[in-house]
Design a protein around this ligand. Structure first.
Ligand code: GUN
Length: 293
């Protein structure tokens, strides 16, 4: 069993990005600039956005954080999106989700200029991804693809079972793994809460992507000997074994599944750390106008 070390790969990619930023600066070009819009004070969103801002500093990007209180209205937020779209100094930006219930996430996302949509959430980027055109790919699926690439994991012709059909992970990773490319060329089955005989389907998988958000759902008896297991889950649960009083659990019961795997991602230290570097990479691409030339 080989552990897929997301921490090591994320750190390598950050060094690569930092080097590229250095080169841009030496050529007299400006550093890539990412903006983040954060509404309210949701604990998880605060942590994610702080991590994104810190990562920008680490690689030499400029970053701007725009904050609003929970009661901000949709029109104000749409105006901010429009300002960011028109601000030439900003290469890419994200609006952290979830948004308060009185604001339509779909409306906000659609208002973002696809050329600055470094989260890859805009319908144009998702459409381009489906068509195999250059697109901003959302951070978690892009991070998974990078882990498969860097560990040289064979995907061609493999049975790949994705559990979870979210717009952010399940749907895009199933498209990416079935595309005619490497990583890709897999036979993909997308499972969800209505799937019958999920255990049986999972046991047929050479590659499992668990992204359903149910802690320790995937057990050893659902996994084939030698499978590759990618665990996207991160659920925070109370724990009396840690100083903080919390621990993170993946969607896979790691201790019992790991011995059966050829490769597995741990939680924490697996896919989660790759998401921020994928966002950095997208921002670098946006600043270089690599996707929309
Ligand atoms: N909320 C949870 N994950 C994400 C993400 O990747 N981007 C944004 N904008 N919001 C999120």
């Amino acid at each position: 069993m080989q552990l897929i070390d997301g921490k090591k790969i994320a750190s390598e990619i950050k060094s690569e990005i930092a080097l590229e930023v250095e080169q841009l600066k030496q050529q007299g070009k400006k550093a890539p600039h990412l903006a983040a819009v954060l509404v309210g004070h949701d604990g998880a969103s605060e942590t994610y956005v702080a991590g994104k801002v810190r990562a920008c500093e680490e690689v030499g990007f400029k970053s701007t954080l725009i904050r609003y209180e929970e009661d901000v209205d949709e029109a104000t937020l749409l105006n901010t999106v429009s300002d960011l779209n028109n601000n030439d100094d900003i290469d890419g930006f994200i609006v952290q989700l979830p948004l308060p219930r009185h604001i339509s996430e779909a409306k906000i996302i659609e208002a973002i200029d696809p050329r600055k949509d470094v989260d890859g959430f805009h319908p144009v980027n998702i459409g381009r991804l489906v068509l195999g055109m250059p697109a901003f790919v959302s951070a978690t699926p892009a991070g998974i693809m990078e882990l498969l690439r860097r560990y040289k994991i064979e995907t061609s012709g493999k049975n790949c079972v994705v559990v979870g059909r979210s717009n952010i992970v399940g749907k895009p990773i199933s498209i990416l793994l079935s595309q005619k490319a490497y990583p890709g060329d897999a036979t993909v089955t997308l499972c969800h809460s209505r799937t019958k005989n999920l255990g049986e389907v999972l046991r047929s998988a050479d590659i499992i992507v668990a992204a359903l958000g149910k802690p320790e759902f995937v057990r050893a008896d659902m996994v084939k000997e030698g499978a590759v297991v990618i665990d996207v889950g991160i659920t925070r649960v109370k724990s009396d074994q840690t100083k903080s009083g919390w621990k993170l659990l993946g969607d896979v019961k790691f201790d019992e599944v790991a011995p059966k795997c050829s490769f597995i991602t741990p939680v924490p230290g697996g896919v989660g750390l790759m998401t921020i570097v994928s966002l950095l990479r997208n921002t670098l691409k946006a600043s270089r106008k690599e996707i929309y030339t």
